[in-house]
Design a protein around this ligand. Structure first.
Ligand code: ADQ
Length: 463
């Protein structure tokens, strides 16, 4: 079997990770020959051209350093202040500074230059996420002919939002240099097709652009998943049970509503707290009987829009506390730190409601993990945003429009009052979906399409 080279912005570190990518890919690479390539996390004045190899928790990792200026332009700048908000349809939160694009390209070129000498002829290269869209172009420029796949973990934008991104046509041309482009959901493939069928009209900005040819790139949905069996096992380990006991001591027999997210404006956290406030305002019977636990460790907190989301959430949680708390009852707990998977699995299992309401999300692995951790004899209910990729998979969740906080409050009421039979029936269907779309199937189907054998078959069929 050919070696697998995974490339992402950051290589995985030691200990628990709050990002979906690391959780998902660690397992895939542990089962194959190859290595993981990416940024070391170090900022230096003059980076070495060559990558350093290291073993991290049994994984072979090759890393390079970046300069502070390049990293800022590439990461906080172009990737997270332009691409992330635009792809999540938050153009109002995008900040555009022209020079960031040059930094973004410079870092992609630096990645390619350091990676090229490490590659063998039949290596398969799997590039992850929006930070590295130009990597295939840069590697092809250095003469690489290998199979290359790209996986987009976040949603693909609508055509309008795409046009708002500086250099969008170059980025689309970069995508066309991959053999496979994988997306989370059919919704994303449809948005991509909309763009590729009606490419940038010349009237919009400047001179006519040459349309991008996608005839040698396969674009398809490969919905990511979790490892549901592992989460099911984890949720009853002593470490998970310890967390459950701790919570039970604090909460008595109150029903737990749980949110677990990175602190990101795409996750709809202020809207979620507002929906909870409406639940308590409209249904006095739940006061003293329910508790919202929101776990949200800070993320990208050098970016202004993230600090603002954090401040808004602080204020809203304070407001709900002030409105409903009593000397001996608190309506919510808000924890700004990451937990290890065993503790999370325990919390998921204890929660009567998993509240997963992003305004827009590629997939959302928390929804998968929540489902997998339930007690089959007494499962909780998943309240899920229609705008998460997970909504295409979890049809039996209580699906809501997260912008409509009345609707979310009503779904919370239904979830809290749902009879055991209905909870079981819905959960069985959700668990079957989580198993069908597990992480192994995701990696196997993507890598199956990317393998040199798949390319030969295609070539054979075409001839
Ligand atoms: P994220 O936006 O990071 O991922 P998500 O899919 O929910 O979102 O993944 C989060 C992962 O981090 C989960 O495995 C979860 O357990 C973990 N995590 C979250 N909060 C945590 C906390 N407080 N403590 C510890 N761990 C925590 C991006 C895209 C998603 C896509 C994933 C994977 O934005 O749409 O599903 O990549 O492709």
């Amino acid at each position: 079997m050919s070696r697998l080279i995974i490339v992402s912005n950051r290589t995985p570190g030691k200990g628990p990770a709050a990002g979906g990518l690391a959780v998902a890919l660690r397992k895939t690479l542990a089962e194959r020959d190859g290595f993981w390539f990416g940024w070391s996390g170090k900022l230096v004045d003059a980076p070495e051209a060559e990558a350093r190899f290291e073993e991290i928790d049994g994984l072979t990792v090759a890393q390079i350093d970046l300069t502070r200026n390049d990293h800022h332009a590439y990461y906080a700048g172009f990737s997270n202040s332009i691409l992330w908000p635009s792809f999540h349809l938050r153009l109002d939160l995008a900040t555009i500074e022209g020079h960031w694009y040059e930094g973004y390209r410079r870092v992609n070129a630096q990645f390619a230059k350091a990676l090229r000498p490490l590659l063998r002829k039949d290596d398969v290269i799997w590039v992850h996420d929006y930070h590295l869209i130009p990597l295939a172009s840069e590697l092809r420029h250095l003469g690489l002919r290998n199979r290359m796949g790209f996986y987009l973990h976040i949603p693909f934008p609508t055509t309008d939002a795409l046009y708002a991104i500086p250099h969008h046509n170059e980025l689309m041309r970069d995508l066309s240099r991959y053999d496979i482009v994988g997306m989370q959901a059919q919704r994303d493939v449809a948005a991509f097709t909309e763009f590729s069928d009606h490419q940038s009209p010349s009237s919009l900005s400047g001179p006519p652009l040459k349309s991008v040819n996608f005839s040698t790139t396969e674009v398809a949905a490969f919905p990511i998943g979790s490892d549901p069996e592992a989460f099911a096992r984890l949720s009853v380990t002593p470490a998970a049970t310890k967390m459950v006991k701790r919570m039970e001591r604090a909460m008595g027999d109150q029903k737990l509503i749980l949110g677990v997210d990175r602190l990101d404006y795409s996750k709809g956290l202020p809207q979620r707290v507002e929906a909870y406030e409406k639940l308590l305002a409209n249904n006095a019977q739940f006061r003293r009987n329910v508790h919202l636990l929101q776990v949200a460790p800070p993320s990208r907190d050098t970016i202004k829009e993230y600090q603002e989301t954090s401040d808004t959430l602080d204020a809203m949680c304070g407001h709900v506390m002030g409105r409903f708390a009593e000397p001996d009852w608190q309506p919510l707990t808000y924890v700004k730190r990451a937990y290890g998977q065993p503790s999370l699995a325990g919390l998921y299992r204890l929660a009567r409601v998993g509240l997963v309401t992003p305004l827009r999300d590629g997939m959302n692995l928390v929804a998968h993990e929540y489902v997998a951790s339930q007690n089959p004899e007494d499962p909780g209910v998943l309240v899920l945003s229609r705008f998460a990729g997970a909504a295409e998979i979890f049809e039996e969740a209580l699906q809501v429009n997260p912008f409509d906080t009345d609707e979310t409050a009503e779904a919370l009421r239904l979830a809290l009052e749902m009879p055991l039979d209905e909870r079981k029936a819905r959960w069985q269907s959700l668990m079957a979906a989580a198993r069908r779309h597990n992480i192994d199937n995701w990696a196997t189907s993507f890598l199956g399409r990317l393998s040199p054998e798949a390319a030969q078959e295609e070539g054979g069929a075409a001839r």
